[in-house]
Design a protein around this ligand. Structure first.
Ligand SMILES: [Zn+2]
Length: 598
């Protein structure tokens, strides 16, 4: 009787799965067509010298789970059966419209486990890169993966324009960043660089007014003052002729150079979806070359609403606006007394003798939460200095993390790196043992029940070491985040000169940096003799970029006479508990929030 051959993990075949999907009606209308996706996949397979197979879900709605999508389901089965070695898809959005990225995360995990290579138009997506989850999170702003994708999308957009043509539409004025060549919109590289700069400056905390000043100061021409001759429509009706850079036929006779950068122009650029590849024409979205990666564009739209909360309400008087803006930390301060949680606001007496940030509960009779105010200049200065020193503090923090034997109950970096290495070695040995065992069985040196017993023992050991490796790698994510965190901080600090900064620049800088400052006043007993203190907790925004929760905690003591006795404690902490637990949902958490919270 022929012996049953036992399935062992064999090398993956050189076969590419090409996954095709048009995930929304909108994409079906203006996205990359199914045929186009197929052709790109086939070209990749050809370049790799691989076979390929098409998994086609085009035309199916993307809101349902994998079980509703036959192509994806078949693909996942083939992954399990080790029938494919790579997968090509136009981008991760094709896999699912799951807003929480739960499903793509599940699929990534499957592919990763199977050792399948993933290809996007920007190239291979390296699943073994320990920064991958982190990069998923930072996608919106800094990651290099994005720039690859942008390049690919821009190229794709250009190609499409060239073949389909006529995406430029009518109108005399082409959007800043583009040229119209034979009725096709093409990227004007010099202007596109300015558009990118505008988005970058806005993300780094500058407002539209500051950006327009920056552009003026750097002598960057607008589209209009770059136009030397020809006709141009201004507003809706008036037709103005240009000749040698001078406007004629206009009563006011403006010079071309008068069309300068204004904050409204900057704002219009920041809001124009053309830069993410969607030219709006009536109700239609016409695809055009992308200058700003859609996720970056969308994050900026979210930033508008976030920054709005710092603006004075629309019905306030001019006087209010001016007064309110004097408070550097306006909109950031929260009362930390238990059961309060109201905002702190700046309170000034006309004679300036009493100037304090106080809890909003003080405004209403009988509602005071008991939290005392804190001197405005003192707190401004404290938060400001914290922001300027943050890079140094982070580096110190990591030094501590790297050298100490245990940190917040987690083992040290060195220890975890050792664990990963050890597990890898063990896994390697176990795979070899399995091959040996299989050979012995197929050579009839051992019987089936012995084989099964040993084989399942090996499998259990493999599971164990894979688990240990994964756990250690998870803990190392903090360490791997270090460079990205420092890079983000540098990005913020780069565009900023603390010495010459105006009040507005300082305020924007702090707002770009700080998420919230919580103040609690009470008896904290850090100083036994003078236990009364303000506990000031500064939370930074880097969690959205690096999924580390960075915060500073400072305690400021008070003497019995109410005078400040100075700083008592000062700690910087990077919280890892949020995503270092044992929860199975961790992977989800790492990828969620990519574009929903900024
Ligand atoms: Zn309060």
């Amino acid at each position: 009787m022929a012996r049953k051959k036992v399935d062992l993990k064999l090398p993956l075949p050189n076969k590419l799965a090409i996954y095709i999907r048009v995930s929304t009606q909108q994409q079906a209308k203006d996205g990359i067509s199914a045929l186009d996706q197929r052709m790109r996949g086939e070209k990749l397979a050809h370049d790799l010298g691989w076979d390929y197979e098409i998994y086609d879900d085009s035309g199916l709605s993307g809101t349902k789970g994998a079980e509703e999508r036959q192509g994806l389901l078949r693909l996942l089965n083939d992954v399990e059966d080790r029938k494919i070695g790579g997968m090509y898809s136009v981008d991760i959005d094709r896999w699912s419209r799951d807003a929480n990225y739960e499903e793509p995360q599940y699929i990534i995990t499957k592919l990763k486990e199977a050792g399948i290579k993933i290809y996007f138009p920007g190239g291979e997506f390296n699943l073994s890169d320990p920064n991958i989850e982190l990069m998923g999170r930072i996608k919106g702003v800094f990651a290099s993966y994005e720039s690859l994708q942008t390049k690919a999308r821009v190229k794709r957009g250009l190609e499409r324009s060239m073949t389909e043509g006529k995406n430029a539409g009518g109108g005399a004025m082409v959007a800043y960043g583009y040229d119209r060549i034979n009725k096709v919109l093409e990227i004007n590289e010099a202007e596109a660089a300015v558009v990118k700069k505008i988005f970058e400056l806005y993300i780094s905390g500058m407002g539209s007014f500051a950006i327009s000043s920056y552009l003026k100061e750097n002598g960057i021409p607008t589209k209009r003052n770059n136009t030397k001759s020809g006709q141009m429509r201004i507003g809706k009706k008036k037709v103005v002729a240009f000749k040698d850079g001078v406007v004629v036929e206009d009563k006011q006779v403006k010079q071309a150079k008068d069309f300068t950068w204004r904050d409204s122009v900057v704002m219009a650029i920041l809001k124009n979806p053309i830069y993410k590849g969607e030219k709006r024409f009536n109700d239609y979205k016409i695809p055009c070359p992308i200058i700003i990666e859609p996720r970056v564009f969308d994050s900026v739209q979210l930033l508008f609403s976030e920054r709005k909360k710092f603006k004075a309400p629309p019905n306030s008087t001019n006087h209010d606006r001016i007064t309110k803006n004097k408070f550097l930390l306006k909109g950031l301060l929260v009362c930390g007394n238990s059961k309060c949680g109201k905002s702190f606001y700046g309170k000034l007496r006309a004679d300036l003798k009493d100037k304090a940030y106080v809890c909003l509960s003080q405004k209403y009779k009988g509602e005071w939460c008991g939290n005392k105010g804190i001197d405005i200049d003192f707190l401004n200065d404290l938060v400001w200095k914290e922001c300027l020193n943050i890079e140094k503090s982070i580096i110190q923090h990591f030094e501590k993390f790297e050298t100490e034997n245990s940190y917040n109950g987690n083992s040290s970096i060195k220890e975890n790196l050792g664990k990963v290495e050890y597990a890898k070695e063990k896994l390697n040995e176990l795979q070899k043992s399995k091959v040996r065992l299989l050979r012995n069985f197929n050579d009839e040196k051992i019987n089936e029940s012995d084989f099964n017993l040993l084989n399942s023992e090996y499998d259990n050991e493999i599971k164990l070491y894979e688990y240990e490796k994964l756990e250690a790698e998870k803990k190392l994510t903090v360490y791997y985040s270090k460079d990205n965190l420092i890079k983000s901080v540098k990005e913020y600090l780069k565009s900023f000169n603390p010495i010459t900064a105006t009040f507005e620049e300082k305020q924007n800088f702090i707002r770009a940096f700080v998420k919230r400052v919580t103040l609690a006043r009470g008896l904290f007993w850090t100083n036994y003799y003078n236990p009364e203190a303000h506990r000031i907790y500064i939370e930074y925004k880097f969690n959205d970029l690096t999924h580390l929760r960075l915060s500073s905690k400072i305690e400021v003591g008070y003497k019995p006479n109410g005078h400040r006795s100075g700083e008592i404690t000062h700690e910087i902490s990077l919280e890892q508990q949020l995503w270092l637990g044992d929860g199975v949902d961790e992977g989800v958490r790492i990828l969620d929030n990519i574009e929903h919270k900024y």
